[in-house]
Ligand binder design. Structure first.
Ligand code: GUN
Ligand code: FE
Length: 446
């Protein structure tokens, strides 16, 4: 890595750092020094470096280095590539029917309430605070069709120091709830208002999914995204019934992927949730266009939608992150998504013992670097590389309630990341906003 000796250093940390790289699913850097410049960017990261020498090169005072304890470590902030902010208010309930019925029965009626800005403010504050406490420093949100409430979500995320991508949802057909629908023209105009009004968060062009949008609207949204070089998000191939419906609605298209592709909605800034039933040919089209997938295993199981074959997605070299998909998924924690992704992979292995099960390290990478890559933010976040933002979780594995032997263990070494409850975390992003929370981690001793 190329250090930046001219940087103005504001913080230096010393201790254990764990993160992923393109080559290594989980890299453990012990006794490492990391410097953060005044813009919050990583100025240097050096393993086993000589402190005095580094302090001379970078001009910081060695006595001001923050030394992590033996039972602490830094890891990159978690990236939730797919979450519905308004659905947080009923997460954990209403998982008693398949996707299309669930949308009409629960989701659309609840989302229609977000016209009320006071209600939106309450729920959006809760979801941003909760996800930050769970270690999500970057989230890619669906809001609702309401532009002003969507702006509010962006504002709240920004105020709390969460890196957010936010989509005002677009839908101009197939909705059983009377007042929760736009005309084609409203959807287009409001999307333009949305993308031009709020510079603080990244606006995402968000057709809900093909069944909710006419071809005309999909085409207009593709054009808006292209003309403004914007992110795009939607759902794809989540559930068998949905795939069948898309075939009926778009008989001229070769596949579900082809529908989005035709309307210029598959770009290298696109993230599509689910993809359980994509064919190899469709995955090849994802690869070709640079579009990415968000794997939402809790939702896939909770709604009995399907199981994504992650190994096959990775073999096709399609960019992939993890998502909670609240409220299809009942947990707003990315660590839950890590667990569920492992579970799904293991179920696939039970069904076929030849199946190459995902390792914990690979899933850790999906939850961090994979997610930031999938959202095209990997030049800014996802791991500890010089020039990226210092976007990190400070993990204390010996916090109250943690396993006793960790506290007593002398000079613990991180062997691999495991599945443990009860660590204590601070979230550091931008100006070192700190949050405490309990966390499933991820630590092993030997
Ligand atoms: N497909 C279209 N809308 C939704 C949604 O809100 N949740 C999920 N899981 N799938 C969808
Ligand atoms: Fe979703």
């Amino acid at each position: 890595n190329s250090n930046r000796p001219n940087a103005d250093i504001s913080h230096v940390y010393r201790g254990t750092f764990i993160h992923s790289t393109q080559q290594t699913a989980l890299q453990i850097l012990e006794d490492t020094l990391l410097g953060v410049d005044t813009d919050g960017k990583i100025a240097f990261i050096e393993k086993g470096a000589e402190l005095n020498q580094l302090s001379q090169i970078f001009g910081f005072n060695p006595s001001e280095v923050t030394q992590l304890a033996q039972h602490e470590l830094f890891m990159p902030g978690l990236v939730d590539t797919h979450i519905h902010a308004p659905q947080y208010c009923y997460a954990g309930t209403a998982l008693d029917m398949p996707l299309l019925q669930w949308l009409n029965t629960y989701t659309f009626p609840v989302e229609s309430r977000f016209k009320d800005l006071e209600f939106a403010h309450r729920v959006y504050t809760q979801v941003v605070q909760r996800t930050l406490r769970n270690g999500t420093t970057t989230a890619c949100y669906f809001a609702t069709i309401h532009t002003d409430a969507s702006l509010l979500l962006g504002q709240i995320a920004n105020d709390f120091g969460q890196r957010a991508l936010v989509g005002k949802v677009c839908m101009d057909r197939n909705n059983s709830v009377k007042h929760y629908k736009e005309t084609n023209q409203e959807s287009q105009e409001e999307t333009c208002r949305w993308v031009s009004t709020y510079p603080l968060v990244r606006p995402v062009v968000t057709p809900r999914f093909a069944p909710s949008c006419t071809g005309a609207l999909l085409g207009q949204l593709g054009a808006i995204a292209k003309n403004n070089n914007l992110h795009i998000q939607s759902h794809i191939s989540e559930n068998v019934e949905e795939v069948k419906l898309v075939k009926e609605l778009f008989p001229e298209s070769e596949s579900y992927t082809d529908v989005y592709h035709k309307y210029n909605l598959l770009t290298d800034k696109t993230v599509m949730a689910h993809g359980c039933y994509l064919t190899d040919a469709e995955l090849a089209l994802f690869r070709e266009t640079g579009a990415s997938l968000s794997h939402c295993p809790n939702s896939n199981i909770s709604l009995c939608s399907g199981m994504l074959d992650v190994r096959n997605v990775l073999k096709h070299k399609v960019k992939l992150g993890l998502g909670t998909d609240v409220a299809g998924g009942y947990s707003a924690s990315m660590l839950d998504a890590v667990r569920r992704a492992l579970d799904t992979s293991k179920v696939l292995t039970i069904q076929d013992p030849e199946y190459e099960t995902l390792t914990f390290e690979e899933v850790f990478r999906l939850a961090t670097l994979g997610g930031s890559h999938a959202l095209s933010l990997d030049d800014q976040t996802g791991n500890f590389e010089v020039g990226k933002d210092f976007d990190a979780l400070r993990v204390n594995v010996a916090a109250a309630g943690g396993p006793i032997d960790m506290i007593q263990c002398e000079g613990p070494k991180v062997r691999s990341i495991g599945l443990n409850e009860c660590a204590h975390i601070s979230t550091l992003i931008n100006k070192s906003t700190t949050f405490d929370f309990s966390f499933m981690l991820i630590y092993h001793h030997f």
